[in-house]
Write a protein that binds this ligand. Structure first.
Ligand SMILES: *[C@@H]1O[C@H](CO)[C@@H](O)[C@H](O)[C@H]1NC(C)=O
Ligand SMILES: *[C@@H]1O[C@H](CO)[C@@H](O)[C@H](O)[C@H]1NC(C)=O
Ligand SMILES: *[C@@H]1O[C@H](CO)[C@@H](O)[C@H](O)[C@H]1NC(C)=O
Length: 351
């Protein structure tokens, strides 16, 4: 019994639908979305008519032109033409004989966003229209900024990740891995008059040496980006040179090292401001004794400095009766200590 009813219902529907489709003229469009800079086809199609098509025309109401206006018409004999000024980014890609009024727009900008109206003018029934909303997505402009935190005990902003002027708003987050609990993020966003949004996420933390040089990532996602953007960020905590250490690299070469950010510039000098040219060579942080003469005698100073401060280290060299002695001068609060690091007889220091 039921199946008979179903059959009856379906059959009558098929018949009536077929009947309707022969008579129900309609214009179909669409709701289009395009990324700024891209190309989009504004679809417009007329179906189910046997009337004469006189003209297809297009109107727009956009951010740039907020009052609805005609801007493009297509007539059989004359072909497509611009109304109210030419904009060659628009191109008719439909076909009058196919009743296809589609229009292509290239190099889309945010100002093109709005409502496009496609109008088929038929004889005798007149105008038949459809509206095509065009939604423009704007990818964010991504950037990272190092906030140059100096070593300290208070929480500060270590760096800032920005996704500027995105539509729709972008998501900005930090991937901090093992620094979980040591750093955290705070995000805020600002909407602009042109409907784009700037999202800023600051990475907060106490600027310690422990988090210096650690790698984290800022990840930006947006509907306007084909894939997420990952920006690597090496946390920088800036500090003056720590203690200066002079150590023996080889029997005649000493190196001055320290920890600093940015890296310290290291220079050697002698307390009496004279420099035994041929007997000592200075190269970067190293000091090399080339020959053993009593000219070498003296106090050598290593100065490590960056924009945050300066630290000194001292090496005392003493040559006497076939022997060379190197002493580190360690300055402690209240007293000065000389620590012998090496002493060689003449034969060891040969070139
Ligand atoms: C068109 O689509 C967009 C995105 O899917 C939506 O936000 C918007 O409301 C739609 N507009 C209309 C008029 O349907
Ligand atoms: C109308 O023309 C456009 C552009 O040539 C084409 O992409 C689209 O498929 C056509 N529409 C129909 C319904 O045939
Ligand atoms: C939107 O406005 C913001 C802020 O004034 C500007 O930086 C951005 O370039 C604008 N975007 C577009 C697509 O016009």
């Amino acid at each position: 019994m039921l199946s008979i009813y179903v059959c009856f219902y379906l059959c009558s529907c098929l018949l009536s639908c077929d009947f309707l489709s022969l008579t129900a003229l309609q214009v179909t469009g669409g709701n289009m979305t395009v990324v700024q800079g891209g190309t989009v086809v504004l679809p417009c199609k007329l179906t189910d008519t046997t009337e004469d098509l006189n003209q297809i025309s297009w109107q727009r109401k956009t951010k740039e032109r907020p009052r609805n206006e005609n801007f493009f018409t297509i007539v059989q004999q004359a072909g497509p033409k611009f109304v109210n000024g030419e904009d060659l980014r628009f191109k008719f890609v439909g076909s009058m004989s196919d009743l296809n009024g589609s229009l292509q727009l290239s190099s889309v900008t945010l100002l093109d966003e709005g409502i496009y109206t496609c109008i088929f003018t038929l004889f005798p029934s007149g105008n038949h229209i459809t509206e095509i909303p065009l939604n423009v997505l704007v990818p964010p402009v991504s950037s990272l900024k190092d906030n140059h935190p100096a070593l300290g005990k208070e929480e500060v902003s270590l760096g800032t990740c920005t996704a500027a002027a995105s539509k729709p708003p972008a998501q900005v987050k930090w991937v901090i891995g093992p620094l979980e609990g040591k750093v955290n993020a705070i995000t805020s966003s600002t909407k602009h008059d042109n409907d784009t949004t700037t999202t800023v996420s600051s990475l907060l933390g106490v600027p310690t040496r422990e988090i210096n040089q650690r790698l984290v990532h800022c990840v930006i996602t947006s509907a306007a980006l084909s894939k997420e953007e990952t920006l690597p960020f090496t946390i920088q905590v800036y500090f003056a040179p720590m203690e200066v250490i002079i150590h023996e690299r080889t029997k005649d070469t000493f190196e001055c090292v320290t920890e600093a950010n940015p890296n310290a510039d290291i220079t050697w000098s002698r307390s009496d401001n004279s420099w035994p040219q041929s007997a000592v060579r200075m190269e970067d942080a190293t000091l090399q004794f080339l020959s053993m003469t009593s000219n070498l005698n003296g106090l050598y100073q290593c100065e490590a400095s960056n924009t945050y401060g300066t630290k000194l280290g001292h090496l005392y060299v003493h040559v006497s009766s076939g022997e060379i002695r190197f002493d580190l001068v360690v300055v402690n609060v209240g007293w000065i200590e000389w620590v012998s690091v090496a002493s060689y007889t003449y034969g060891l220091l040969t070139r």
